[in-house]
Write a protein that binds this ligand. Structure first.
Ligand SMILES: Nc1ncnc2c1ncn2[C@@H]1O[C@H](COP(=O)(O)OP(=O)(O)OP(=O)(O)O)[C@@H](O)[C@H]1O
Ligand SMILES: [Mg+2]
Length: 224
């Protein structure tokens, strides 16, 4: 039987959104704030999070790699996710850790499903198989107009990866995909307007997370 994340003592929170929508900025701030409140927090990211998964990430994001079918891309992502779930996420949750993950399954649905056009139902089944049914307790979606996100990304010193080079039309489909996912699962996925200032967004993220921790009755270990 699949191990659903809600049966474990930890809490699993994912941050989702398009390129440059502020996921990493907010993940760092959220981890700081939760650590200050006494929680044991683990900040991780996808694709990646383990040695094997980080190697798979390099293959995925390398620009000069040979042409890659959407199916190949999906299988690599799911292989990395399985490794990450087994080696990092599930053990942390079993130890009662609060896991904050930068991208997870919803990115696969948005990028490989809604944007690349792979069958959504099949993707969901494959993703469930790859993760053993691991589902976030809360997902925060940072919604930003595509041009704003790409401008933010392009203003950074880092080089453009394979997905940054996709067309604006592709990124528009990614954004619409994320919004469709949020509409389908309004209890799990909460959307934030990512055009706001980092401080305003951080306050909203914190409220959403503390509310969810409250409803899951998760207190910081030292307050137990
Ligand atoms: N609310 C904000 N307003 C303006 N700029 C922001 C905001 N949040 C983050 N940024 C800036 O935008 C850029 C992208 O932010 P960040 O790396 O957090 O996004 P991301 O969603 O993690 O991107 P990626 O998908 O590329 O990993 C950074 O230069 C960051 O400083
Ligand atoms: Mg990031």
């Amino acid at each position: 039987m699949p191990l659903r994340s809600r049966r474990v003592p930890g809490v699993f929170i994912t941050l989702e959104g398009g390129e440059g929508s502020g996921k990493t900025t907010q993940a760092v701030r959220l981890c700081q704030s939760l650590t200050q409140r006494g929680y044991n927090v683990l900040h991780t990211r996808e694709p990646g999070g383990t040695l094997v998964a980080e190697r798979l990430r390099s293959i995925l994001l390398e620009r000069s790699v040979e042409p890659m079918a959407s199916e190949t891309e999906t299988l690599i992502i799911l292989a990395a996710r399985r490794q990450h779930a087994d080696q990092v996420i599930r053990p942390a949750l079993e130890h009662g850790t609060l896991v904050i993950c930068d991208r997870f399954s919803d990115s696969t649905m948005a990028y490989q499903g809604y944007a690349r056009g792979l069958d959504l139902k099949l993707l969901r089944t494959m993703n469930d198989w790859a993760t053993g049914g691991l589902t976030p307790h809360l997902t925060v979606l940072f919604d930003l107009p595509v041009t704003a996100g790409l401008t933010r990304r392009r203003s950074e010193a880092v080089s453009q990866n394979r997905l940054d080079l996709e067309t604006e039309r592709f990124h528009t489909k990614v954004r619409a995909g994320f919004l469709a996912l949020a509409k389908r699962e309004p209890r799990r996925i909460k959307t934030i307007d990512a055009r706001q200032s980092p401080n305003a967004i951080a306050r909203q993220v914190e409220t959403l997370v503390l509310d969810r921790l409250g409803s899951l009755r998760m207190k910081p270990p030292k307050h137990r």
